[in-house]
Design a binder for this molecule. Structure first.
Ligand code: IFM
Length: 489
């Protein structure tokens, strides 16, 4: 690898810190289901019983250093910093300064995510007197407020731009690599179509579309604010600020048991909506707000057919979160919008693309497909040749630690292959440094390079075999034939 290539790990505040009670996700985890016994989270897991990185952050930075990494991606939790609109908490700010100082001391280049899936309750929460069990109880969020037009004037867009600028001013002396949003399409899809993230709406495609529009404008607002306010280079000779997003990029293939032509069309449409639509908006200003694959829809209120200057050129690099391949089963006529618009989804996710493949642990059950890493990186590089790429996430749920070593070796190898073929990849961040709260799956899915013993009072971290493989890869600055033979089985 070139000098300067970053080998890192990733985490997100809500998933590792514990004690975040001012976020929509906290409220979501506390919602009792029928009978009031359990919550929407698998095994009723409570994020407060997690790895407690808030108190153990210094130890976790040391753990990252021990693997030999030279970078660390983490998120600043907006609801901690700004628990009430316009009021910043000095304790939270001091915490993240200490984290950054520890990272610098350990030789880790920070990459900071400003919004990793959670929102402060003052932007997205359950209305007073409501239970939160139903989607209708929730106010605000990325879809915006009732009656609000999605776009640059939406309250959430303005608030995020302000927050991003303030964080850039506060932490810019230590940070050169910024991510505005994590996985904007996942947040929209899970929250408004699949119902597994707050507010739990099902097939509300109009809300999902409005969320995507707001997220694209929020990205632009944050991009501009960061560049305006972070004018100090933390790394001598580097740009003071490079700004991107972390984009989930699964490979979509036709479901093998469906009609081949219909499935191929549905897979291509799904790939367009899920993988490219958001990137097209923030790089080229093309916003397909009809999800129809066209940038020239005649009736579009957001200006399809004309690149939107207010959205375009708002990424200095592309962050790719690559995990898996998904097969798409076509639905004739598409899945309709429960809110009555003409928006449709082309299909549903089908069974395995290759039933003989290996899979991550249930309930994640992700098909392991290293070639997808190469294909995805080359596709991104081909579409946006002017932009460098970071692999901002790649990992596997593997409680028994039997798959992780091979997973890392095969995926880094595939990344190297893409680089050989021309992709300008500047770093690889493994998800995750430690086991953590995996959203709806609670603690059942273990992605950590360090296994966390949740039952021990000190939440003991234990180095996995997978971490040893990563350590060897980093020491060799890539996967060599010897490493592949040793760890790739
Ligand atoms: O844990 C998540 C993370 O928050 C976003 N990307 C995928 C990871 C594993 O599912």
């Amino acid at each position: 690898m070139d000098a300067g290539f970053l080998f890192g790990t990733s985490t997100a505040a809500f998933q590792v810190e514990g004690g975040i009670h001012g976020a929509d996700w906290w409220q979501w985890t506390q919602v009792p289901l029928d009978g009031g016994r359990c919550t929407k989270i698998m095994d009723c897991d409570d994020p407060d019983n997690g790895p407690d990185d808030w108190d153990l952050v210094a130890q976790d930075i040391e753990a990252a250093k021990a693997i030999g990494t030279n970078a660390y991606r983490f998120s600043i939790e907006w609801s901690r910093i700004e628990p009430t609109e316009g009021v910043y908490d000095p304790t939270a700010i001091a915490h993240y300064h200490a984290l950054l100082a520890a990272a610098r001391e350990a030789g880790l280049t920070p990459m900071v995510t400003l919004d990793h899936d959670t929102l402060p309750l003052w932007l997205h929460g359950v209305a007073p007197g409501k239970s939160g069990a139903s989607e209708a109880d929730w106010v605000g969020g990325w879809r915006g407020l009732p009656g609000e037009t999605p776009g640059s004037d939406a309250r959430i867009v303005q608030a995020f731009g302000k927050f991003a600028g303030d964080m850039a001013k506060e932490f810019g002396g230590d940070v050169d690599l910024w991510l505005t949003l994590n996985e904007p399409m996942i947040v929209a899809a899970m929250g408004y179509a699949l119902g597994t993230f707050p507010p739990g709406a099902s097939m509300h495609l109009t809300d999902a579309r409005n969320a995507v529009v707001n997220e694209a404008y929020a990205n632009a607002a944050a991009y501009d604010a960061i560049h305006e306010n972070d004018v100090v280079a933390a790394r001598p000779g580097e740009e003071p600020a490079l700004v991107g997003i972390a984009k989930s990029m699964p490979v979509f293939v036709p479901d093998p048991s469906s009609d081949p032509a219909l499935a191929a069309t549905a897979a291509a449409q799904m790939e367009h909506i899920f993988n490219w639509l958001f990137l097209d908006a923030i790089v080229d200003g093309n916003l397909d707000s009809h999800f129809d694959g066209s940038y020239s829809h005649p009736q579009d209120p957001e200006g399809e057919g004309t690149a939107i200057a207010a959205l375009a050129a708002r990424a200095d690099f592309i962050g790719v979160n690559y995990y898996t391949v998904e097969s798409v089963m076509p639905v004739v006529g598409g899945l309709p919008d429960a809110q009555g618009s003409s928006l449709v989804l082309p299909g549903i996710l089908g069974g395995p693309a290759d039933p003989t493949a290996s899979f991550s642990d249930p309930p994640a059950d992700e098909e392991i497909y290293p070639k997808g890493m190469r294909d995805t990186l080359l596709a991104v590089a081909g579409k946006f040749p002017q932009l460098p790429i970071y692999v901002t996430e790649n990992g596997v749920a593997d409680a028994s630690d039997t798959k992780r070593a091979k997973f890392i070796v095969s995926h880094v190898q595939a990344m190297q292959q893409a680089m050989t073929e021309g992709a300008d990849v500047r770093g690889y961040f493994h998800w995750s440094l430690i086991d953590n709260f995996e959203w709806t799956y609670g603690f059942a899915a273990r992605y950590g390079l360090y296994h966390v013993d949740y039952s021990s009072p000190s939440k003991t971290r234990v180095l996995t075999r997978g971490a040893q493989a990563y350590q060897a890869v980093i020491a060799a600055q890539g996967v060599t034939p010897t490493l592949s033979a040793r760890w790739g089985q």
